[in-house]
Design a binder for this molecule. Structure first.
Ligand SMILES: [Ca+2]
Length: 197
C-alpha cells in the first residue's frame, strides 16, 4: 500500500510538471528577448512605458523607460533598443531560470540617448535587487545614426532557481538616459570576448 501511494504521488508530481510552462525543460539559462525586439514599437518613434507596464518578457519596475522602434536610432542588434530614461530614470527587469551555485555572465550593449545635453548617462546592473555593476556612457559626439555602442559584461553566481536581472538608470538627465540592447546571459564566466570592463 505504501508503495502504491508513493507511485501515485510521483505521477501527480509529474502531472504538475507537465502543466508548467514548457520552458521548464529548456536550456539552463533562458533570457527571453534580450534584444527588445518584441513587441514591435512604432517605427521611427518609441513607446513610453511606466512602472507596471511590460516590454515583452521585461517588466518596467520603476520610473519610466522608452522602447525605441526601428529607425528612431541605431540598434546594437536587430531594430529596437531601450532608453532607460523615459521622462526620468527607469528600471527594467526579467527573471530567468538559474541553478544555485552556478556562475553566469551577462553581456549587453551600452550606449546613451545622444539628444539633449550630451554627456554622461549612468546606470547599473542589479542581480536580485543588488547592485552588481555601475556603468556610464559618454554621448559626446554620438548621433542617432552612430550610437557608439560598447560591449559590457558582468558575472554573478546564482543563489537560487531563479534570478532577477535588472538594468536601472541612475541618470538625472531628464528624458535622455543610458541605452541598452543585445542582453545575453550565458552560463560560465566571462564568455564575451569582445566585452570590456
Ligand atoms: Ca535590439
Amino acid at each position: 500500500m505504501v508503495a502504491i501511494r508513493a507511485y501515485v504521488t510521483t505521477v501527480a508530481a509529474a502531472g504538475l510538471l507537465a502543466l508548467a510552462p514548457s520552458a521548464a525543460l529548456a536550456a539552463p539559462t533562458a533570457l527571453d528577448d534580450g534584444s527588445f525586439e518584441y513587441p514591435v514599437a512604432p517605427a521611427n518613434s518609441f513607446n513610453a512605458l511606466k512602472a507596471g507596464q511590460t516590454i515583452g518578457p521585461w517588466s518596467v519596475d520603476s520610473g519610466s523607460v522608452d522602447h525605441i522602434g526601428k529607425g528612431f536610432w541605431q540598434a546594437a542588434d536587430g531594430d529596437q533598443s531601450v532608453d532607460l530614461n523615459g521622462g526620468g530614470p527607469g528600471k527594467v527587469s526579467q527573471t530567468i531560470r538559474t541553478t544555485a551555485g552556478k556562475t553566469y555572465t551577462v553581456s549587453y550593449a551600452l550606449a546613451g540617448n545622444p539628444e539633449g545635453n550630451q554627456g554622461l548617462r549612468t546606470g547599473r546592473v542589479l542581480i536580485d535587487g543588488q547592485n552588481f555593476q555601475d556603468f556610464s556612457f559618454d554621448t559626446t559626439g554620438k548621433t542617432r545614426a552612430n550610437m557608439g555602442y560598447v560591449g559590457r559584461q558582468v558575472t554573478f553566481v546564482a543563489t537560487g532557481a531563479t534570478t532577477t536581472l535588472s538594468f536601472a538608470s541612475t541618470s538625472a538627465t531628464g528624458a535622455y538616459g543610458p541605452v541598452i540592447d543585445d542582453v545575453r546571459v550565458k552560463s560560465g564566466c566571462c564568455s564575451c570576448s569582445t566585452c570590456s570592463d
